[in-house]
Design a binder for this molecule. Sequence first.
Ligand SMILES: C[S@@+](CC[C@H](N)C(=O)[O-])C[C@H]1O[C@@H](n2cnc3c(N)ncnc32)[C@H](O)[C@@H]1O
Length: 603
Amino acid sequence: MEISVDGVLKARKFPFIFSFFILLLFLLVSFLFLSDTQSQIPVRYDLGTPQTSIIVKSSVPPPAPTPTVSLPLPSFHKTVVAGVSENATTEVADLKWSRCIGPVAVDYIPCLDNFKVMKKLKGKRRMKRKERHCPQPNPRCLVPLPKGYKIPVLWPKSRDRVWFNNVPHPKLVEFKKDQNWVQQDGDYLVFPGGGTQFKDGVMHYVNYIEQTLPAIKWGKLGRVVLDVGCGVASFGGYMLDKEVITMSFAPKDEHEAQIQFALERGIPATLAIIGTQRLTFPDNAFDLIHCSRCRVHWHGDGGKPLLELNRILRPGGYFIWSATPVYQDDEKHKTVWDAMVALTESICWNVVAKAFYETGIGLVIYQKPVTSHCYQSRKENNPPMCDRNRWNNISWYAPLDNCIPPLPEPTYRWPVAWPERLNSRPVSLSGLADVESFYDDTKHWSQLVSGMYRQKFPIKWTSVRNVMDMNAGYGGFAAALIDLPLWVMNVIPVHELDTLPVIFDRGLIGIYHDWCEPLSTYPRSYDMLHANSLFGNLRLRCDITEVAIEMDRILRPGGFLLVKDTMEVTNKLTPILRSLHWSITLHHEQFLIATKGFWRPRR
Ligand SMILES: C[S@@+](CC[C@H](N)C(=O)[O-])C[C@H]1O[C@@H](n2cnc3c(N)ncnc32)[C@H](O)[C@@H]1O
């Protein structure tokens, strides 16, 4: 049968004509779209990592690099993967994946769930159980999903409710019932904003603090806070309303899944403990440190726990201690209070306020000195001053100190008020070249993020809340995202230049970490991982496959990985990510964007 246009019109086959035009339109749009994503414009956004050497405060050399692990390289087989930019290699690494097994498999944190090592730590060393003990070699299994796992509730709703099936841990609902930490409501866990010291909601408590000490100026001069022993991190979650960014932390202990709840809620949090080792933060980092009934014996172990706070508190910064020894005067509490008075005086902390509220609680606020005058005029050099020449600024598997670190010289300046602080000259940068490189870096990231990352890349920014910058440099990536409703954990790898003080100076948060080891966080903690020029150095020290396994563990299904690196690195990484069933696109020969799906190995 002959088909002509005339014939079709005469036969009034309008539905057919309509469908035909829709098809044509679809083909045209697809062609335009593909030609855009596949166009290989030879543009190089050459931002790199800062070139100038900065902040080499440490006179002690960094820890010796972990020996290179030489594991057999994966072999590859070719498959054609649809919808991928032509230049991205389509190879799939021939790796056989299996699921992690055992009672904690879905929530597996390799360095905190090393039960074999933990069991051996008895007596005084019990505290060490909650510190990092990484298995050797790194695990090669993939964490399974909890039954009924769903894409998490979006911020800001997530601050108040999350899916129960995503974090199916009901113990705190009962255990902290009278303190309003968390309740169960059908398919959800609900967080009413209560806590041990703020049963009736954290906002009253925060306002009380500001009335007690107006100089705190939440969100202006007091921008970066550390909440020690944070529970489910409601304090940090609500402080965001005041433009305050809080690093909330607590150990993995009997407060079941507290940090997992915090991260599921979209609140910045990490697993850590005040135990026998330094926290993974730089000196003079936090504007304010808060502890409400955080159960740390500050004067124990010769006062080392409080000396650790002294190390990481900014000169002139405040420590808020809201705990029973402040407002209960039975014998037991009085002993603790007296010990705290002696210790804080010996390290020259001033009491700037002490208050008792009608809710029955009370708190004391201390301030760290800005100059060394008081240290020098102490009757006894106890605790001693740390030896300036031997002072080691690297806080990675470093034991707690029993000394007072030297203050920055000559006079300490507090950062300018937020939000100007974000792009102003950081107080820890002194050299002119470093300052210039900081400004250049800030400009580059601002242009790259606004011009490329947020415009051109297949990233659904509205679903992104918890972000990790795996090699954060000066924190330019985080700074360029400041207007979005997300937060960034800036990581400074321990073998890179120590730029973490600059990140805190800017009013952002971060930690040190070695990516050759698993991170102290729960599986499915982050919506996005960003890795700028990370893998080149890393590949010399450990197996990139293991780093990919760790990224797979900490990224949520549906989450994004954005790698900015050389083609050599991308070509190594892509087949491994494909074997994990991640979908991948490559842009301008230096940006790899991968999305993790829901795939898990069968067994
Ligand atoms: C009673 S809860 C208080 C929680 C929260 N601050 C509040 O007021 O609701 C005690 C908290 O301190 C944490 N904690 C206990 N020992 C700690 C330590 N050595 N270092 C840091 N946090 C600790 C617990 O995990 C828990 O989060």
